[in-house]
Design a protein around this ligand. Structure first.
Ligand code: GYE
Length: 337
């Protein structure tokens, strides 16, 4: 009887031990997970300090881009967000690699400013399959809406229309324009090209006599404007540059050619960086259309909303305006980029 009881007790104990071991094994896994702590606070709401964000930036082609990068880094620092930042050096393949690394690192959200519009479907699908939302910042990608949570950025078509309207007024409805196009295949280059033509086509005496890529850089803007001048000389009445940096390059080329930028050749560009205000004060640039690069705070606000499952708009447009030389001096002091 006693032996029978002891046997049962031993059996019971060994079951208990087995159960404890099994629980511990489970707990062991739990410990491994908590080394990489789950996001939620006690009330289930994720806060900035818990957020891990991967950001794939295009590079550093312009002053706009430098201001954009600084804004994202500063906002992350201020809010306590862990930011893993990658510089794509103008190459889509580098950006795709960065996104794949972010997926492997299991970040909470991926922000990306796509250098060109197309070719993102597979890598965005990989992020979606891994449950990591993508937020497009500054530039749109040509993918289906299910592949990203939101797009934060400007209306580039409208910027092109605004630039054209200003140009029509400057030229008084007639003249020859040369165009410095941004990075080939990029959303702002495509849309600024189209928006500009939408308006210009209504003016039969205005002609776009040449259009070539200047890659959004000063150096290329200067080089291409030099080519335009050698080819068309003083037939050129105006330059439309898809960004201020290329306009500043064009100003140098026009001066080297012996003409007066802003006077002999009118210039309209986009971004509204500090140097554009300085060029307007010097009378060398006739107008700049604002494109706001200070997207850091809005991006992280969106990121937090997305991980908390809040609904966000598919497109959050930035607020922008047009600036002219007469206001340049006054506005310059308050410019943040
Ligand atoms: O206008 C240009 C830059 O994507 C809106 O990229 C941005 C553009 C900006 O390098 O200066």
């Amino acid at each position: 009887m006693t032996e029978q009881f002891l046997k049962q007790l031993r059996f019971g104990l060994s079951v208990l031990v087995l159960l404890l071991v099994a629980c511990q094994a489970d707990g062991g896994e739990g410990t491994a997970v908590s080394a990489n702590p789950p996001l939620e606070t006690d009330d289930g709401i994720i806060v900035y300090e818990e957020l891990v964000v991967g950001y794939s930036q295009i590079g550093a082609e312009s002053e706009w881009r430098t201001a954009n990068t600084a804004s994202i880094k500063e906002a992350a620092e201020r809010l306590g967000v862990e930011l893993i930042f990658s510089d794509g050096q103008q190459k889509q393949e580098n950006q795709i690699k960065a996104i794949r690394t972010f997926i492997a690192q299991q970040v909470d959200v991926i922000g990306v400013s796509p250098v060109v519009e197309t070719g993102w479907d597979s890598v965005f699908q990989e992020a979606k399959d891994a449950g990591i939302p993508i937020i497009l910042v500054d530039r749109r990608a040509d993918v289906s809406e299910e592949l990203y949570a939101s797009y934060l950025g400007s209306d580039f078509v409208q910027e092109g229309r605004d630039a054209a309207q200003v140009m029509v007024d400057l030229l008084d409805g007639e003249g020859n324009i040369v165009e410095l196009v941004g990075t080939v295949g990029s959303a702002p280059a495509i849309d600024r090209y189209l928006g500009f033509r939408e308006i210009i086509q209504e003016y039969p005496d205005i002609h776009i006599i040449a259009s070539a890529p200047g890659d959004f850089t000063r150096a290329k803007g200067e080089e291409v404007m030099g080519d335009f001048l050698r080819q068309y000389g003083d037939e050129i009445d105006a330059v439309y540059a898809h960004n201020d940096d290329m306009a500043i390059g064009a100003i140098r080329a026009i001066e080297a050619y012996g003409l007066q930028p802003g006077v002999d050749i009118k210039i309209v560009s986009i971004d509204a960086i500090r140097d554009a205000f300085l060029a307007m004060i010097d009378g060398k640039l006739n107008a700049t259309i604002e494109c706001n690069p200070l997207l850091g705070p809005q991006f992280l606000d969106l990121a937090l909303k997305v991980v908390n499952g809040e609904s966000v708009p598919k497109w959050l447009p930035s607020a922008e305006s047009v600036y002219y030389p007469e206001d340049a001096q006054e506005i310059l002091s308050s410019r943040k980029y």
